[in-house]
Design a protein around this ligand. Structure first.
Ligand code: ATP
Length: 474
């Protein structure tokens, strides 16, 4: 077993993820993706994009992050996109009141006080107003996990949207928000896309892009950050058919994670107990992180709420006219809303393994390995000369340059060959190609598989084709 610190330290050591603004002491809730991280991130987005838009019924867009402020009035984000916030008077620490109560419920369960935990969980599920949370904290005598103090301020609603100003004058008429989700850009472009792409209902619009939430507590590495990326798709359907599409998309999204290599026993669906007032069904896909289960994607049936609200607030018709059946309606929406950065973390945690393996002399040692699916692996192959003489580096470099025309590959000449293999295992490179003495006799090289560590000899002219076939078939 490993914990989150193992993953964070590997991510930093090998250039996957760095703390944002590290030289200034870091910026809470923000992370930077390094040379290998950006490759993994790009591969996740590319696979999602292919799965979601390389089909006749889904179009892609890339909407701007800043949108007309009325957008957020219509969507309900200005009035409702809030978290209940509480401060401890003694420690001066700030918490999300619902999280504080959830953590207390976990503690009760650990102490086997299940009846009390169930009772509080029920009360929490029906809490809505700030005073509901406050009353529970007082009633159950919940203390600050850090200071132990029970001196709390009132609970207040805190809006999670980042505010800024458009143009040079910082007055209330210039306020705009950094989008807290990418979906609204899709709703606003519903008609533009439908008309220009000549789509008919049912059809979908997909988008990948940054979103920003001023989360009260950021935690667990990339899980809850203030700047993150989403991959969302809104599927517009005829009212009354939404459940059939809901089941379809629920299955599609589950299958995608499995196809991308996630172990099925680390995934589960969790149906929402408390539905938003406009939703008629909602499930999360959860992943079992080192700190427990956490949502990586939501599948939501959102009725005609979003389009109707934008219709009302903009005064523009956002309807669909079915010319065959002579019908006119506002489509219902089934959405799949995933986090790129959260699923990055799920892919990373899921791929990480520590296992015993023989070193160059056959002695068993521990190897750390990222068993990414070949499609997601940041680097597809590494090329090595066995030794740095006898023409081996020159030949290896030729192979490396040739592979580079097609794939992200690396070249490494330093250290014993066993060490070089281990370095690649640790970042999940599926193939290592070595030029050795025999290469000059029969023009073959060894190609080593990351997971089985088995080496085969293939003609040096077939290396590109070999890797390509493996990537296509993985
Ligand atoms: P949570 O309950 O964990 O805050 P949510 O239900 O608010 O998540 P959605 O609004 O449905 O999340 O967003 C869709 C997806 O966007 C989530 O499944 C998650 O992958 C991602 N996401 C949301 N908030 C964050 C965040 N603060 N940091 C990283 N990813 C996030």
């Amino acid at each position: 077993m490993y914990n989150l610190d193992t993953i964070i330290s590997l991510a930093k050591r090998r250039g996957l993820v760095f703390q944002s603004s590290e030289i200034y002491g870091g910026l809470n809730g923000c992370w930077d993706f390094g040379p290998l991280g950006v490759e993994l991130l790009k591969n996740i987005k590319e696979e999602w994009w292919k799965a979601m838009t390389y089909r006749e019924d889904i179009e892609g867009i890339d909407a701007s992050i800043l949108m007309h402020p009325r957008t957020w009035e219509a969507s309900g984000h200005i009035s409702q996109f809030t978290d209940p916030m509480i401060d401890n008077k003694q420690s001066k620490l700030r918490y999300r009141a619902d999280n504080l109560i959830e953590e207390f419920i976990d503690k009760l369960r650990k102490k086997k006080k299940n009846d009390k935990a169930d009772e509080l969980e029920k009360k929490l599920a029906s809490a809505k107003e700030p005073e509901d949370y406050y009353n529970l904290i007082v009633e159950y005598e919940i203390s600050d996990p850090v200071s132990g103090s029970k001196e709390w301020t009132e609970v207040r609603h805190f809006n999670l949207m980042f505010k800024t100003f458009i143009g040079p004058v910082e007055d209330s008429s210039a306020v705009v928000y950094l989008r807290p989700e990418s979906a609204q850009g899709i709703y606003l472009n519903f008609k533009n896309v439908m008309d220009t792409a000549r789509q008919k209902v049912p059809f979908g619009i997909a988008q990948i892009g940054k979103a920003f939430r001023n989360e009260i507590n950021t935690k667990n590495f990339l899980f809850r950050t203030r700047e993150f990326e989403q991959m969302e798709m809104q599927y517009f359907v005829k009212p009354g058919t939404e459940m059939q599409w809901y089941d379809y998309w629920k299955q599609q999204r589950w299958d995608w994670y499995i196809k991308m290599g996630i172990n099925p026993s680390s995934l589960k669906f969790k149906a929402h107990e408390k539905l938003a007032h406009y939703a008629n069904r909602a499930d999360d896909i959860e992943y079992f992180f080192p700190f427990g289960w956490g949502e990586i994607e939501g599948i939501h049936s959102r009725t005609d709420y979003d389009l109707s609200r934008h219709q009302e607030f903009s005064g523009k018709k956002l309807e669909y006219v079915d010319t065959v059946n002579q019908e006119r309606f506002t489509p219902f929406v089934v959405e799949t809303s995933g986090g790129v950065t959260r699923s990055f973390m799920a892919f990373l945690c899921d791929a990480y393994k520590e296992e015993e393996a023989p070193d160059a002399n056959g002695k068993m040692e521990m190897r750390a390995i990222l068993k990414f699916s070949h499609k997601l692996a940041p680097i597809k192959a590494a090329v090595f000369p066995l030794v740095n003489k006898d023409g081996m580096p020159e030949k290896a470099e030729l192979i490396y340059k040739d592979l580079q025309k097609r794939f992200k590959v690396t070249y490494d000449t330093s250290g014993a060959i066993g060490r070089r293999y281990r370095r690649q295992d640790e970042i999940g490179t599926p193939f290592c190609i070595t030029v050795d003495g025999q290469t000059f006799e029969d023009d073959t090289v060894t190609i080593r598989d990351r997971d089985s560590m088995v080496q085969e000899r293939i003609s040096s002219s077939r290396v590109t084709e070999y890797i390509n076939e493996k990537l296509i078939n993985c």
